[in-house]
Write a protein that binds this ligand. Structure first.
Ligand code: ADP
Length: 479
């Protein structure tokens, strides 16, 4: 955590300082350019005006320079404190302003040559005074002739001072901003990461026993807020699963406890006193019945546990659903006859699905035996298999007790029974429909139920039809 904080802060401040440095450099370069070009422009205008005035004077006095010491510069110009001088074609100073009395401006060979060629030259000369001096050398043009050159200079003191000040400001500003970015970044990142730390602490505190705890993040709906929400949702899901598991264990224990109590009761009664052979037979018979019931529950639980673990329990092969239906019907004929219920097969179409014949048989047996179990004597159960909307549709309809609407959503839940006493008496474990639904879904099918209390129940199961080429050659065996 601390590592991330330092990293983010350093990156942030470093990038900020780099940007600022680049910006400072650019601004400084721009400032140098602007200040120098402004100084040059002023110098150029001043020298140019003077050169043109000298040319005018020369034109007025004839085409040759006046003999003796020429006087081109007005008194004003000489004494204004500006540096200006006139040099002849040899580079000798013929006239200069008062400010240059002791130190005339130097005439470089290059400036002289270019000036005589009619060009203007700018030079920066250090060492003349405390500050460098900018010098312009411009020709006095008389047609194509250049009798004199005008040189003007200006100290770069002002420019240097301005640049120095700007430099100082930038030099102080950059590290200041860097330090501020460092401190600010450290605080801001720290605040954001503190919320991550809260999250971590809560995560550490959560165990199987306090899954009701939530982070309940009240802050902004940002990345961390959403992370906290996702975390809370995950805990809620875990909580639900834990509760289901707890409920399931409680139900399973209860389910096994009832036949166990019955077995113990029977055994205790048999052990006390003398009994006739018939009584012993009856007691052992009922103990066996309870044991049978327990093994049914254990078998179903085992099945569901394996289904839950995601093991691939379902084989895939082409199955004639009609054959499976007839087999299930035959296995339940006796039960139906004992309960005086007639089971009718309405319609059986030739339909092939892809699946496991054992599981498909289990589905049908569960549904038909439920219909028989929950239908009073003299009732009727009808079964049909037909194609509907490109799928194989199985329906099991009974004229039984029906299921009230408030129970309908739960009948596929494990251990759920509408009327516990009745279901138990009928030999139900409360797991049949959960197993059935799991098996239907493992075959990519859907199961639906419609029911009306006192009138009967209709269960509809749909499976996708098998398509050609769905099975590898080796699996294409008849079921
Ligand atoms: P059980 O082993 O108790 O029959 P199931 O999981 O098969 O358990 O069914 C759950 C409950 O749904 C049953 O206890 C019963 O109340 C109800 N039920 C299932 N099928 C029918 C039906 N055909 N008619 C009425 N009630 C039914």
């Amino acid at each position: 955590m601390r590592g991330l904080r330092a990293q983010l802060t350093l990156w942030h401040a470093g990038l900020m300082a780099l940007t600022l440095l680049a910006l400072s450099g650019f601004t400084y370069a721009l400032l140098i350019g602007v200040l120098h070009s402004r100084a040059d422009a002023a110098l150029h205008e001043f020298a140019d005006t003077t050169a043109r005035q000298i040319a005018t004077t020369l034109y007025a006095g004839g085409s040759t320079p006046p003999p003796g010491t020429p006087r081109f510069l007005s008194n004003d110009l000489r004494s204004w404190g500006r540096y200006i001088q006139v040099v002849d074609t040899q580079g000798y100073v013929v006239e200069k302003s008062d400010g240059l009395n002791t130190h005339p401006l130097p005439v470089s060979a290059d400036a002289l040559r270019r000036g005589l060629a009619g060009e203007t030259t700018f030079e920066t000369v250090p060492g003349l005074g405390e500050h460098p001096v900018r010098i312009i050398t411009t020709p006095v043009l008389m047609g194509r002739r250049v009798p004199y050159l005008v040189q003007a200079g200006t100290s770069l003191e002002g420019v240097e001072a301005a640049l120095q000040r700007a430099g100082w400001i930038l030099l102080v500003l950059t590290p200041t901003v860097f330090v501020m970015a460092l401190v600010g970044g450290w605080l801001v990142v720290g605040r954001a990461l503190r919320r991550v730390d809260d999250l971590r602490r809560t995560a550490l505190e959560i165990q199987g026993t306090n899954l009701q705890r939530r982070i309940k993040h009240a802050g902004a709906d940002d990345e961390i807020g959403r992370l906290a929400q996702a975390f809370d949702q995950m805990i809620a899901r875990l909580d639900r699963s834990f509760q289901q598991v707890r409920q399931f264990s409680a139900d399973a224990s209860h389910e096994l406890k009832t036949p166990l109590t019955a077995i113990r009761g029977e055994a205790e009664v048999v052990l006390m006193g003398n009994h006739t052979a018939e009584e012993y037979r009856q007691a052992i018979g009922s103990i066996l019945e309870s044991a049978e019931r327990m093994s049914q529950v254990v078998e179903s639980l085992l099945l569901l546990a394996r289904a839950d673990s995601g093991q691939n329990l379902v084989r895939r092969e082409p199955v004639e659903l009609g054959d499976v239906l007839l087999r299930a019907y035959e296995s339940l004929e006796d039960l139906a006859a004992r309960q005086h219920i007639s089971v009718l097969i309405d319609e059986v179409e030739d339909l092939t699905v892809s699946g496991d014949p054992l599981w498909l048989n289990q589905i049908l047996v569960n549904l038909i035996s439920n219909a028989i179990k929950y239908t009073p004597e003299g009732g009727e159960v009808s079964v049909a298999l037909r194609a509907a909307e490109g799928q194989a549709e199985l329906t099991v309809r009974d004229t039984g007790i029906g299921i009230a609407p408030e129970h309908l959503p739960y009948i596929f839940d494990r251990f759920y029974r509408v009327d516990e006493g009745r279901a138990r008496a009928a030999g139900g474990t409360g797991l049949g429909l959960s197993i059935t639904r799991w098996a239907v879904e493992a075959h990519e099918g859907q199961i639906e139920v419609e029911s009306e209390v006192g009138r009967g129940t209709l269960i509809r199961v749909r499976f996708p039809l098998a398509t050609d080429g769905q099975f590898p050659q080796s699996d294409a065996l008849p079921s």
